[in-house]
Design a protein around this ligand. Structure first.
Ligand code: SF4
Length: 452
């Protein structure tokens, strides 16, 4: 289902669409209050953007420096060219340990690589330990937002889900009780699983350490209790020095949820005695995007979700309508890089209002890249046939005054005398709007008569 059709489906539930919109706007306002409380906010954004610019210009060197230092610390470093290789590496580590049950904290990279279904197909039970991720996992759905994975779920619906899977009392929708039930259920998993997978928010080249940010401490619980810690990271998550962390940690959570700092910003430097620590560095299209000059900036993304919270289209269409792990404005830039045919609809799911670019903590020119993708996709023949044909027709009409005037006359006549020609369910514009009354004459005709 393309974005427009999926959004139409989401919009059929009017109440859900309204509170989804309002809730995300509330998060956006929290972000504004947190950002404006810091006088040097714009300077921080600029600094972060420049650090990332430096990283992207020297990515190969920083990755090799990171690998060398991580290995010195006793971490095993793996390289994966694509999602499949990433999944194979993770599975091979699990097989070498004879493990068939694992815990996993939030990692958009593993969502992007479809790790959960891959491991399930290969006989491994994966328990997501982030509360939001656990909810969508129990519901057999992908996350709909990179920071707030189950933002599209009401607490009453979660109550029904937990009653079915975790045995909470029927009709219980109290968030505190539901959270306690999830916590008790997860505690047993933490204590019994020997392998934990985490994502990576930042990896520091000069020290070979990496940082994982969570609000629930679930990454720490998993990694500290497990014999084997596997961290999965996209290669763009590198930063040069530890001192740069201060810039990004101040920006990340203020942009994401309006908190001054993430509850747990955990630094992993080396495995504890007797533990194995692996890190999988994944490309999966990132070097291709790096080579696309007009889109390389998108690799600066720190996955804060602010562009989603502010986007009027995302807020009213829901994350699943973007049919990719990363939704919203940034997802609409990243996804066509992975598959232009499958994701050609996404850059068109935007008003190009620029609100995403205004809030982005690393100053990605998101709306300009969306506009750029539209041109690339259209020129390379990836826009829908109906749109390509209609644009060709419009081009022919608008470039010839005689044809233009004649078409106007025919259009006004048709709207007045045969309105069903335009007012029908095949016309997507008409589905949501009243068509206007046709004017009796064109502006040109009126002007000639009154001012000519
Ligand atoms: S593009 Fe910018 S605003 Fe959007 S998720 Fe990435 S860092 Fe956040």
């Amino acid at each position: 289902m393309n974005h427009a059709d999926a959004a139409e489906k989401f919009n059929k539930d009017f109440d859900r669409t309204t509170w989804h919109d309002e809730t995300l706007w509330w998060v956006r306002q929290k972000r504004d209050r947190a950002a404006f409380a810091i006088p040097e906010w714009e300077q921080l954004r600029e600094t972060a953007s420049q650090i990332k610019h430096n990283v992207l210009s020297n990515l190969d060197n920083y990755l090799i420096e990171f690998e060398k230092n991580a290995q010195k610390n006793g971490i095993t470093v793996h390289w994966a060219a694509d999602a499949h290789e990433h999944n194979q590496i993770v599975l091979s580590i699990l097989k070498s340990q004879g493990v068939t049950e694992i815990v996993k904290s939030k990692s958009m990279l593993t969502e992007e690589c479809h790790l959960n279904p891959y491991l399930t197909e290969n006989g491994v039970e994966v328990i997501d330990t982030d509360l939001g991720e656990r909810i969508v996992q129990l519901a057999d759905e992908p996350p709909s937002h990179i920071v707030l994975p189950c933002i599209h779920w009401k607490k009453e619906e979660i109550g029904v889900l937990f009653h079915k899977h975790l045995g909470t009392p029927e009709g219980c929708a109290d968030p505190v009780l539901l959270t306690h039930a999830a916590r008790a259920n997860l505690r047993e998993k933490f204590l019994t699983r020997r392998v934990a997978i985490t994502g990576v928010n930042f990896a520091v080249a000069e020290t070979g350490e990496f940082v994982v940010c969570t609000n629930e401490g679930n990454a720490d619980m998993g990694a500290h209790l497990a014999d084997v810690h596997i961290a999965c990271m996209g290669i763009e998550k590198i930063i040069p020095k530890r001192e740069h962390l201060g810039v990004f940690l101040r920006l990340l959570t203020r942009s994401a949820t309006g908190q001054p700092i993430t509850t747990y910003s955990s630094h992993f430097g080396k495995p504890r005695e007797g533990q194995q620590m692996h890190i999988v560095l994944v490309d999966n299209g990132r070097t291709v995007q790096l080579g696309r000059e007009q889109f390389r900036n998108s690799l600066k993304c720190i996955r804060c979700g602010a562009c989603m919270n502010t986007c009027p289209v995302y807020r009213r269409s829901g994350g699943h309508s973007y049919h990719n792990a990363v939704a919203g404005p940034i997802g609409a830039i990243l996804a066509p890089n992975l598959d232009m045919t499958k994701n050609a609809d996404l850059p068109f799911a935007s008003t190009l209002c620029g609100s995403c670019s205004n809030v982005c903590p690393v100053k990605i020119n998101i709306h300009e890249q969306l506009y750029e993708w539209r041109q690339v996709l259209t020129k390379s023949g990836h826009s829908p046939t109906a749109k390509t044909l209609s644009m060709k027709v419009m081009s022919a009409v608008l470039s010839n005054p005689t044809v233009y005037h004649l078409s106007g006359k025919i259009g006004r006549f048709a709207m007045a005398n045969a309105p069903f020609v335009v007012n029908n369910s095949f016309n997507p514009w008409f589905k949501q709007r009243e068509m206007p009354e046709p004017p009796k004459e064109s502006f040109g005709e009126w002007y000639k008569k009154n001012r000519g």
